[in-house]
Design a protein around this ligand. Structure first.
Ligand SMILES: NC(=O)c1ccc[n+]([C@@H]2O[C@H](COP(=O)([O-])OP(=O)(O)OC[C@H]3O[C@@H](n4cnc5c(N)ncnc54)[C@H](OP(=O)(O)O)[C@@H]3O)[C@@H](O)[C@H]2O)c1
Length: 309
């Protein structure tokens, strides 16, 4: 079969897409490609200033682009609630939620609500956001939630006795990143099971970009291991437009099925056109997925309302 490219994105007129972290890196590239194909795109950004710079960049490249900026800080449950309330009031229907925003390899820190920052941003923030946007997702036919994970999920382990590295106990920047990206996949698969169980016309899909040249590595690029790996990485790293293709495919390809995981097909999943890939055994643990869901509900206070309204 031919390789999937940006030319395979169908016309998206009338479809509403929220891209978290849509102002930079893969989020910005995804937003551009979606706007080019006539989706209405909402850039959900923690800085509306940076969001507006991105909005101008997209409209310069895509003059017919229908792009808006809304404030969303995934490190703040109150900001997530405000974003969702505003979105629900204004639009009320959501075709695709692209849970893209993320941080990697940061020194130990906590969110406004006291969660370890990488789990807080990458997983808990998106868990709360998805739950609060569920009503809007249910209002659209065949809607999708796409959550961006990473090959680094393979290094992650779930430890429910110290999920959030309390007070920095057991914390290393890459351990916490790996755990948060494993959580992204446990969440994706559990969400798909719950959509099926409750007969919701929405699918949950995951994607990862392989290795892509963005600002994500700002906290680790000076580390010795990264400097040693640089000559290898330089050969396989994709530009952000290439890195965004797996999440774009997961978001719009009509062939995609709930519970799938998309990533680059070459160089051990580092680059190449997007294909369905397999995630680690740990990411498919039903027990960990259920436990993570319970913990996420408890921590965020967000309960998903499944009844179709
Ligand atoms: N690049 C890669 O090679 C790679 C590999 C594997 C997985 N990924 C995944 O791909 C996704 C996108 O990463 P990227 O490479 O595009 O990184 P990036 O260039 O650093 O962009 C990250 C985006 O997330 C936003 N963000 C961070 N914290 C936020 C918060 N609290 N609230 C709202 N938005 C927030 C950033 O906003 P600001 O501009 O305000 O910081 C930025 O827009 C992430 O989930 C990452 O884990 C990337």
């Amino acid at each position: 079969m031919a390789e999937w490219t940006a030319n395979d994105i169908p016309n998206l007129q009338g479809r509403v897409v929220v891209v978290t972290g849509g102002n930079d890196g893969l989020g910005l590239e995804s937003a551009k490609a979606l706007a080019r194909n006539e989706a209405e795109v909402i850039l959900a950004c923690r800085s509306t200033e940076r969001g507006e710079v991105a909005q101008r960049e997209i409209v310069a490249a895509v003059p017919h682009g229908n792009v808006h900026v809304m404030e969303l800080d995934l490190q703040d449950l109150a900001s997530i609630e405000m974003f969702a309330n505003e979105f629900n009031e204004r639009s009320g229907r959501l075709d695709v939620l692209l849970n893209n925003a993320g941080i990697m390899g940061t020194p130990y820190g906590v969110t406004r609500d006291g969660f370890e920052a990488q789990m807080g941003t990458n997983h808990l923030g998106h868990f709360a956001l998805t739950g609060r946007l569920l009503r809007a997702l249910k209002r659209a036919a065949r809607s999708r939630v796409v959550t961006v994970s990473s090959s680094a999920h393979r290094t992650g382990t779930m430890r429910f006795d110290n999920l959030l590295f309390r007070d920095g106990r057991g914390y290393t920047p890459l351990k916490a990143y790996g755990r948060s990206k494993l959580a992204n996949l446990l969440f994706t698969y559990e969400l798909q099971r719950r959509f099926e169980r409750h007969g919701i016309d929405c699918i949950s899909v995951a994607a990862h970009p392989g290795a892509s040249q963005t600002n994500l590595g700002r906290h680790i690029e000076k580390a010795l291991v990264m400097r040693l790996l640089e000559p290898v990485l330089r050969r396989v790293v994709q530009d952000p437009a290439g890195g965004a293709l797996p999440q774009l495919r997961a978001a719009v390809d009509p062939e995609v099925r709930g519970g799938e995981y998309y990533g680059p097909g070459r160089f051990h999943g580092m680059s190449g056109a997007p294909v369905a890939v397999r995630s680690s055994r740990a990411s498919r643990s039903l027990r960990d997925a259920r436990r993570l869901w319970q913990e996420s509900e408890k921590l965020t206070g967000v309960r998903y309302e499944w009844a179709v309204t």
